[in-house]
Design a protein around this ligand. Sequence first.
Ligand code: SAM
Length: 223
Amino acid sequence: MSTDAQIAVDDYLVATLVDEDDALVSAREAAAETTMPGAAVAPNQGKLLAMLAAAIGAHRVLELGTLAGYSTIWLARAVGPGGRVVTLEVSEQNASVARRNLDHAGVGDVVDIMLGPAAESAQRLIDTGQEPFDLVFIDADKPSNATYLRAALELTRPGSLIVLDNVVRSGRIADAASAEEPDVRGVHEALALAASDPRLDGTALQTVGSKGWDGFALFRRVA
Ligand code: SAM
């Protein structure tokens, strides 16, 4: 739940620092036509993803969970015309809304949408020996987070960044009574995996705002 004050702060920050053009606004609003209305990242989060991609000079980005393509547009604009974004989406309905939004945003030729369960699509990318991705954004079904992080390790190189969204779940990740809830387990498994894998260094931050109380983890491949 977001408080009025948290939403007002997000509105102020976005109005002050984040330029959303018509294409981004319509992609964000088009989430209403998907299976998960309201599940896109907030504008300030979308811009953070784009800034991370730009900061590391990312040319290849992998996204798990496309929805209406809102975060995809931020990422696709960050990689520029020579770059590539591959985004994995299980819902045909969402993929078709995303395709329309990506075309409208002028990045349709930068983005490949792979339709199907993300674990299978990611395995196909691994099996076909794709060039490593510079940044991976994990934002699909939360119970599968550890599976997706394992796949991301196969699909990146030292220096790549991995962003795992929604790791706080309104505080339920630190509530013993919620430990067996599938999304909370998904977060615990992924963070435990990251903590135990010497190839990853990382941290996580809580966030509040228009998306309620949640957070994200950021990992860097150090080996
Ligand atoms: N990244 C998007 C954005 O910020 O604009 C939001 C993604 S939304 C939180 C999660 C998306 O993951 C939904 O579109 C949902 O259909 C998709 N999804 C859920 N389970 C999936 C799976 N097993 N494989 C691929 N996509 C999945």
